[in-house]
Design a protein around this ligand. Structure first.
Ligand code: AMP
Ligand code: ZN
Length: 111
């Protein structure tokens, strides 16, 4: 999508600190980190949010989930939190599916 910030990061027309990339996925540093390490993992394929996913996206979703511990290991995170905000009321601001990965130190309780 031409007007999507994360598509522009994926296309490298908007700069970001990219920490992981393969053919289908990219992870970069969140510009307003909420933890010592705060990364955003995206599929290169544009999907607005979890509300857009279909069974046809199962393989892509599995790749995203599998990439999370791989990135965490690469970043030497000893424990991390993964958050997906969905929809305006879910706190989603950027409508390109993304997984927040937070870590780098003890995180506040979330129960
Ligand atoms: P969400 O509220 O789940 O849509 O999260 C969007 C995230 O994108 C927020 O944590 C923002 O800090 C982050 N963000 C916004 N603009 C950029 C950018 N240009 N580069 C990296 N992260 C960004
Ligand atoms: Zn996009």
């Amino acid at each position: 999508m031409t007007d999507c910030l994360f598509c522009k990061i994926k296309d490298r027309t908007v700069p970001a600190e990219i920490v992981f990339e393969n053919d289908e996925l990219m992870a970069f540093k969140d510009i307003h980190p909420k933890a010592r390490v705060h990364l955003l993992l995206i599929p290169k394929f544009h999907l607005d949010s979890l509300d857009d996913i279909l069974p046809a996206h199962s393989e892509l979703l599995a790749k995203l989930m599998l990439a999370i511990p791989e990135i965490a290991k690469q970043q030497q995170l000893q424990g991390y939190r993964t958050i997906i905000n969905t929809g305006a009321q879910g706190g989603q601001i950027i409508f390109h599916l993304h997984f927040h990965i937070l870590g780098g130190g003890p995180l506040p309780g979330f129960h």
